[in-house]
Design a protein. Sequence first.
Length: 430
Amino acid sequence: MLGPTFAAWTGARLVVLLRGNDFDTGIVSARRRPLLLEALRAADLVTTVSTATTAQVRAVVPGTEVTTVPNGIDCRDWEVLPSDAAAAAAWRAEQVAPGATVLGVVGQLKRKKGLDVLLGAVRRLRTSSVHLLLIGDVDPATAEALAAPGAPAHTLVPFQERLALPRWYAAMDWLVVPSLYDGMPNVALEAAALGVPVVASDVGGLHDLLDGTEAGVLVPPGDVGALAGALHTAASATDDQRAVTGRAAADLVRTTFGAGEARPLPRPAVVTRPTTAVYACGAGYGHLTRTRAVLHTLGIPAETAVVLARPAPDPALADRLRVVPVPEVDDAWSAAGRAELGAGVRRVLEDLGTAHLIVDAFPAGIRGELDADAVPDGVVVDHVARLVRWDVYAPFLPRRPVRFATVWRTEPLHPRTTGTWSARPMRCTT
């Protein structure tokens, strides 16, 4: 630790910055404690990120000037993009059970961060409708616990760069920070700035962030029962209750810890029920571009529509479109595979509850999976037709095809097609 030496040589003022767990780990280390105390005693000013650490430093080195400078976040460019929200919604649709609450943890997934306490608390919950979204590097003990029988539903995501995190924050209902000790975790500020409410241990700067506010819940560190109670309350919260807490979190960070204006995320859990579904399997750039143009031409707002796609498209291509993946099946080209895929499409449509379905390009889906049995009763089906290789596609047409209320054509069709349908021309606009 050369700071005190260089300050003495040059006559400069010495400012010691205690970030994160510098003090907590240094003061109990036989090797680091002498160096830490030397720096604190020689300092003209010591800054910490929490009022708790400030009090501890003052107790250890009386007479040293100590002040608290909490971590902050520039909110001006910290937001969830439409592509992030679409990716979050697609992930939830594919990985999370309907109605489950997503509890997110971001950072080093190890004991010091309270992962064993969190897993113990989740086991005590009286509901199984919880999904853990764990983002970061996992230590062996945590990995073993997650692989054990009876482990909670969870998704492990490798360490992410900061700008890759908004899509994952958008997928969370609550951020959980169960640290046994901590400074001022940036993840709590990042999530709260985007409107994600926080359940956290009452340690370090987390106390300064949440104490006496409506932005989240504080629990004693290491208390499995208290954390279980807080998580039960979080999982039982209604969408409206969670939205109120999320707005309070965003307002708190913007006014107290941020620069500029934070923009609360469009929460995938509170998204409006769609009225129109577009079956656009293929998920390529052409399908999505045409879907966007068709919705615009027909005057259907993108926020009231959902795209059924397989495989799930690149979020950058989806842009503002909400995408729900169609279930994968083995050997989708076989008759049994097509029937299984059609049944999966029907389940998705029933879950969405939409009354209007638009089928893009291929009248029965790419493999002929979209037959009359794949569409729930009462759903009005329209078709946006385009030129296809009819000699190749015709063998895949189902015996009981979907009956279309309206067929729109975006280009001249194959002669055999024009004898099958009465199609209206559509000039798509964007």
